[in-house]
Design a protein around this ligand. Structure first.
Ligand code: ADP
Length: 650
């Protein structure tokens, strides 16, 4: 030992040192401890003198590989290269403290001296050798405030819902909590001692540097654990740790495993992407309008309906986009919903109506509803617009077809009742007359030719009706054949008039034949059928007699026959349909006039297939004039017969 004044001086110097220093002889018996040792371990200098230094360490640390702790560390001196080793020191009161221990020796044999230097690690919460949990005794056993605080810190750190690790200036991880080890999928033993600059994650290393430079730093990324190879999405907050001297002595990292958050975010992103796709590709126009009535976003369909690109909408009001009429109408609608907070659902409008949009009419169905935040604030308005033009057209078409079908059914029913009535009417008198004839002939009595004439007349009427029915069905089937030949139309008209002499009653026929013969290329039988029908109608629908004017004119290549009567006329709105099958004007009741509504239908077909035209001019109650225009022979093109070999039923 150093003696005298020099020894005292050395003692004083050692006492001034902050770190505990213990000097032993070669047998590891304590020769000297400084004041810092006394403070740290709770022994007085006198108490320790000559005691084995192993008394300052827990028994489990007394032997390593057959050597004492001090000898073991001395044997590893070269390997350690002056670096301290973390061990637990034993205080006098039995509490274990973690220290960094450096062991050195000088001299040999009996002059050998061993020096142990300790450094207290306040922040260190773990050790290479023993987990802190093994520190004996609970908080109640800890008489010293410092130890209680220590334990509380440990509890705090261990129970924190974050992975926590501490690193020194090297920067080597000096300690961590269980959660951090769990996050990395390894053990504390593997983590403590890890050099952070071996991580090779540049951003992570930058954060370590930042914290050692006295700044906080945040890292977020996929951290690949070097020890386990596990990839963990993490967020790490780095902060510097200051020593008692106010210098940065290391740093701390707080690790949040954001795997779950990432999952949630990924799911949310997927949902948003799906919603976005739905929004963009929806066949319904969707838009969102802010409370200032400015569009926030619209989808392609709404943009198409609005006639503007989708990107032209955001930030603009309907008034700015669609002008004073349409824009004002839309804004009024939006405003109403905003004011009343009541949704407007499927309000139908037409573009040419209140919206005043030019172009073909489109039908729109719009819904507007307030969009609230969960706490009830109105964020804006949701707009749904559907172009229902096609649907409307289809509905109209359906309604039209339905009406037509109903009409057709009604016409058919009417026709059936009229036809049965019409066919039956001549049959009753005919059968009566034939019965009378039979009786008279049986009795050998005189037979009145008038009775026979009447019977024949009824038969002719029946035949006419049946012929009309057959002709109508032939026309429908496209089988009404024509047999055109050169025909004197003026003669044909005159002949038809003559044939009606017996039926004309009080009527007068006024016919002035044209000065020159009029020839057409036509089917004489069918043309006579047309003329006869017009003349019979003129007689039938002029019940009080009167003059029936028949004119035949020729104008260039066309000859026009007109038949004028002073009869009941035809209501204007029905003149168009007059030539339709089964059509009978409403002023010609079946009871008063009879008829199947086929004559003009057949006539039109015949005339048109001769390359001609048939029409009427009439005023209800003031008579009618029917016109038939036919190409004269010089202009006539041979009509196309629709079917061959059809002969008429005479
Ligand atoms: P119908 O055998 O019922 O007379 P038509 O086809 O010849 O059949 O005529 C169709 C309908 O046209 C008639 O039911 C009648 O309402 C109207 N009509 C035809 N000719 C005249 C006419 N000269 N005056 C008034 N109405 C007429």
């Amino acid at each position: 030992m150093v003696a005298g004044g020099a020894a005292r001086e050395l003692e004083a110097v050692l006492d001034a040192a902050v770190e505990p220093v213990i000097a032993c002889d070669g047998d590891e018996r304590i020769l000297h401890v400084n004041a810092a040792t006394e403070r740290l371990l709770g022994w007085s200098r006198e108490q320790l003198l000559d005691r084995p230094v192993t008394d300052l360490f827990p028994p489990r640390l007394h032997h390593f590989h057959g050597l004492s702790l001090a000898r073991y560390l001395l044997s590893r001196r070269k390997v350690l290269g002056g670096r301290p080793t973390r061990v637990f020191a034993l205080r006098r009161d039995g509490v274990e403290l973690m220290v960094e221990l450096t062991v050195g020796s000088t001299g040999e044999g009996g002059r050998e001296r061993i020096a142990l230097t300790m450094r207290r690690l306040h922040e260190v919460i773990d050790t290479l050798e023993e987990p802190v949990e093994h520190v004996p005794g609970g908080p109640t056993d800890l008489p010293h405030h410092e130890e209680t605080v220590d334990r509380l810190y440990r509890l705090l750190v261990e129970n924190a819902p974050l992975g926590i690790f501490h690193f020194d200036r090297a920067p080597i991880i000096t300690a961590c909590n269980e959660l951090f080890a769990h996050q990395l999928g390894t053990s504390k033993r593997n983590i403590v001692g890890l050099h952070l600059f071996t991580l090779r994650d540049e951003r992570m290393m930058a954060c370590v540097r930042e914290s050692l430079g006295g700044h906080t730093c945040e890292y977020e990324g996929d951290y690949r654990s070097l020890t386990s190879g596990k990839v963990i999405p993490v967020r790490v907050r780095f902060a510097p740790c200051y020593g008692d001297d106010g210098e940065v002595e290391g740093g701390v990292g707080m690790v949040e495993d954001i795997t779950d958050r990432r999952h949630v975010e990924a799911e949310r992103e997927a949902h948003l992407a799906q919603l976005d796709l739905l929004f963009r590709s929806a066949p319904v126009g969707i838009g969102f309008v802010g409370t200032d009535l400015r569009y926030v976003r619209v989808n392609e369909t709404l943009a198409r309906i609005n006639g503007l690109p989708a990107e032209a909408h955001p930030g603009h009001t309907p008034l700015e986009l669609f002008g004073p009429q349409t824009g004002a109408a839309v804004e009024q609608f939006l405003h109403k919903v905003l004011k009343t907070n009541e949704p407007q659902v499927q309000v139908e409008s037409t573009t040419d109506g209140t919206l005043g949009v030019e172009g073909p009419r489109r039908y729109l169905s719009g819904s507007i509803y307030p969009v609230h935040t969960p706490d009830g604030r109105v964020l804006g308005l949701g707009v749904l617009v559907e172009d229902i033009t096609e649907r409307k057209h289809a509905e109209e078409e359906r309604a039209h077809l339905y009406r037509e079908a109903q009409d057709a059914i009604r016409v058919r029913d009417d026709f059936l009742s009229i036809a049965s009535h019409e066919l039956k009417t001549p049959l009753t008198p005919l059968s009566l007359r034939l019965a009378t004839l039979e009786r008279r002939l049986e009795r050998g009595e005189h037979v009145d030719p008038g009775v026979l004439r009447h019977a024949r007349h009824q038969l002719t009427r029946l035949t006419g009706l049946i012929n009309d029915l057959l002709d109508a069905s032939r026309i429908e089937a496209g089988r009404l054949a024509l047999h055109p030949e050169v025909t004197r139309f003026d003669v044909l008209v005159e002949h038809t008039l003559t044939s009606l002499e017996g039926q004309r009653g009080n009527h007068v026929f006024d016919f002035k034949p044209p000065p020159d013969p009029v020839s057409v290329h036509g089917d004489a039988y069918r043309l006579e059928q047309v003329v006869l029908n017009l003349l019979e109608n003129a007689l039938k629908y002029s019940p009080d007699g009167g003059t029936i004017r028949v004119r035949l004119t020729v104008n260039e290549d066309v000859t026009v026959l007109s038949v004028n009567d002073p009869g009941i006329g035809i209501p204007e709105d029905q003149q168009q349909q007059l030539f339709d099958r089964y059509f009978r004007a409403r002023n010609a009741s079946t009871r008063s006039y009879g008829g199947l509504g086929l004559g003009l239908y057949i006539s039109r077909d015949i005339v048109e297939r001769h390359g001609g035209r048939i029409w009427v001019e009439s005023e209800s109650g003031r008579g009618s004039t029917f016109f038939v225009a036919l190409p004269t022979l010089s202009a006539a093109r041979p009509p196309l017969p629709r079917a061959q070999g059809d002969r008429h039923l005479h």
